[in-house]
Design a protein around this ligand. Structure first.
Ligand code: HEM
Length: 283
């Protein structure tokens, strides 16, 4: 059963990576084959950075960042290393998202097109603002060593929920942006020209990628098991709190945890108990 679960996870992961990668390639094919390519000249080629960077960073890289703790072969790495990878991928996504915003705003200003009039732009900018908040809070509370354990435990469910909500909002915004762009730039969208069909497919790819990421991120049994040295704290009258001792090691060579993969049945059972109580490890 363990092996079967591992295989299913791998199949989903490979599918998600493939879909996400193809979506990025499709966004490039769209702007090079059907549009004006890429450039930084205040014109249409500068606008085109907007969809390309957003699909690459805000959709694809953010999606990978969300599931990075769930890769079974990383469970023998220290949690701290995985946090750096999670935070690093999200930082890269954030930078690409910001550059993509600069591209549209410059394009609009150069052409005297009003800013921030569409629902797409409202949802999109809201997602960017909350994403930067999420990133800042994540760094401050979970990565830096200053936050007390009860605060980490209290904020973790919110961090998980708001992370998934932002990811969904980003995908919704991408779909609205794609639809707008097709309506703006095609004189006959309703006649289904090749560009319309191609870019509609890009939208489908993005939705399917998002669906796979959300599925992988929400299965309790694919969660990273708590560290072997986990201590269980019981605050006064409260439910048990999943709290791990943090390792300061940042490599993957800890022999003590070399069996922390799918082989660690005990760890997974403990993990499941924590999950039933709605708890997550926060260290
Ligand atoms: C404009 C955000 C994806 C097409 C904008 C604006 C924001 C934004 C804030 C307003 C810029 C301004 O008013 O100067 C986002 C976010 C996305 C995203 C966060 C991430 C999912 C896309 C995609 C496309 C797209 C995939 C497809 C081409 C457009 C278009 C505009 C625009 C055509 C100009 C019209 C308007 O303001 O609605 N976007 N966007 N966007 N975006 Fe996006």
């Amino acid at each position: 059963r363990k092996m079967e679960g591992y295989r299913r996870f791998l199949a989903l992961l490979v599918s998600a990576l493939l879909l996400g990668f193809v979506a990025v390639v499709c966004s490039l094919v769209w702007v090079f084959r059907y549009r004006e390519g890429l450039g930084w000249d205040g014109g249409a080629a500068e606008f085109n950075w907007h969809p390309v960077l957003v699909v690459t960073g805000f959709v694809f890289i953010q999606g990978i960042a969300i599931i990075v703790y769930r890769l079974p072969w990383t469970w023998k790495c220290s949690k701290l290393l995985m946090k750096f990878i999670h935070a690093g991928l999200n930082t890269i996504a954030m930078i690409l998202a910001i550059v993509s915003m600069v591209a549209v705003f410059e394009y609009h200003n150069a052409r005297n097109i009003p800013n921030m009039y569409s629902l797409h732009s409202w949802i999109g900018l809201t997602a960017v603002i909350f994403y930067s908040l999420q990133l800042f809070l994540g760094f401050a509370v979970f990565l830096l060593p200053f936050a007390p354990v009860p605060l980490r435990a209290a904020l973790m469910p919110i961090h998980v929920y708001s992370g998934l909500l932002i990811f969904v909002a980003v995908i919704a915004s991408a779909l609205m942006g794609i639809t707008e762009k097709l309506i703006f730039s095609l004189s006959a969208y309703s006649e289904s020209p090749p560009e319309a069909i191609f870019v509609n497919c890009l939208g489908l790819l993005i939705v399917t990628f998002g669906a796979l990421i959300l599925w992988m991120a929400s299965r309790p049994h694919w969660k990273r098991p708590p560290e072997e040295s986990a201590k269980v704290q019981r605050p006064n009258g409260g439910a048990p709190e999943g709290v791990e001792a943090e390792s300061t090691m940042t490599d993957c060579s800890n022999a003590d945890r070399s069996d922390a993969g799918f082989n660690s049945d005990a760890a997974r059972k403990r993990n499941f108990k924590l999950d039933e109580a709605g708890q997550r490890s926060t260290m």
